[in-house]
Design a protein around this ligand. Structure first.
Ligand SMILES: NC(=O)c1ccc[n+]([C@@H]2O[C@H](COP(=O)([O-])OP(=O)(O)OC[C@H]3O[C@@H](n4cnc5c(N)ncnc54)[C@H](O)[C@@H]3O)[C@@H](O)[C@H]2O)c1
Length: 247
């Protein structure tokens, strides 16, 4: 309790899955949270209570991201933590058959969206004297996943952006870290497995622990990275993946 007492946080992609769990945990730990999503932000903010503000945004839209940061500083006076979590799964096809417009769509949300969050979030964090940015990557950033070229490219680049910005702002006390979730049971994975219990079970088996992770398990890592306990942790890309990348 109270590990984020008095902190002001933005979490994108809060209408579902991992982002929802992070926003909930941050509120439970004493933070005020701006919940930002392309859909469902108002409902989520209402559920989370008075310490929250809703922002309806598309993360690949520069004006939306700027408005999100402005809303936060106007409402709360500062920004301490930014979690760039919003993202989409990609359609599947081998690289030579991959549709250009699908590649552009996934890169716009998963990569440009994180870039814009950092670009407009960093000045606000600097104005607060420092803070923590957490970018949601994936195990698909660390190893290849056949038929997922747009997704793997977007998530791999998120790690490189995180490391680059971590070096740029280390001396100014803005920490940047990426989380690389394994297979986490969320609506994204439900869509990906087509809602079939057999497909779900088969997907879970790719994890050495032989189960999927939960959004709460990712939220626990986000909490650590956001908190002052992680004061010497920057420039990392940490798998939370049931042993997947140990293979
Ligand atoms: N679930 C997994 O197994 C898994 C594994 C690795 C990484 N991730 C990453 O974790 C993050 C969250 O995934 P999830 O599983 O909770 O997915 P999800 O689909 O359950 O939730 C994603 C949220 O992002 C929002 N969103 C999508 N496009 C947006 C946009 N353009 N602007 C603003 N919001 C937008 C959606 O409305 C939704 O609320 C994503 O970046 C995803 O790539 C998930």
């Amino acid at each position: 309790m109270d590990r984020l007492k008095g902190k002001i946080a933005i979490v994108t992609g809060t209408g579902s899955g991992i982002g929802r769990a992070i926003a909930q945990r941050f509120v439970d730990e004493g933070a005020s949270v701006v919940v930002a999503d392309i859909a469902g932000a108002e409902e989520e903010a209402a559920k989370l209570g008075k310490a929250t503000v809703a922002c309806t945004i598309g993360v690949s839209c520069s004006a939306d991201i700027q408005a999100m940061i402005r809303t936060t500083t106007e409402r709360f006076g500062r920004l301490d933590i930014l979690v760039n979590n919003a993202g989409v799964e990609s359609k599947q096809a081998p690289t030579a058959d991959y549709a250009e417009d699908e590649f552009d769509r996934v890169i716009a949300i998963n990569l440009r969206g994180v870039f814009l969050g950092m670009q407009y979030g960093i000045p606000a964090l600097l104005a607060s004297g420092g803070g923590s940015i957490i970018n949601m990557a994936s195990i698909a950033a660390l190893v290849g996943f056949p038929t997922a070229v747009a997704y793997t490219a977007s998530k791999g680049s998120v790690i490189q952006m995180t490391k680059t910005a971590a070096l740029e702002y280390a001396i100014q006390n803005v920490r940047m870290n990426a989380i690389c979730p394994g297979v986490i049971w969320t609506p994204m994975v439900e869509r990906f497995t087509g809602g079939s219990a057999a497909a779900r079970e088969q997907f879970a088996q790719i994890e050495p622990v032989k189960r999927m992770g939960t959004p709460k398990e990712i939220a626990a890592m986000a909490l650590f990275m956001a908190s002052d306990e992680a004061s010497f942790v920057t420039g990392t890309a940490l798998p939370v993946a049931g042993g997947y990348v140990a293979q």
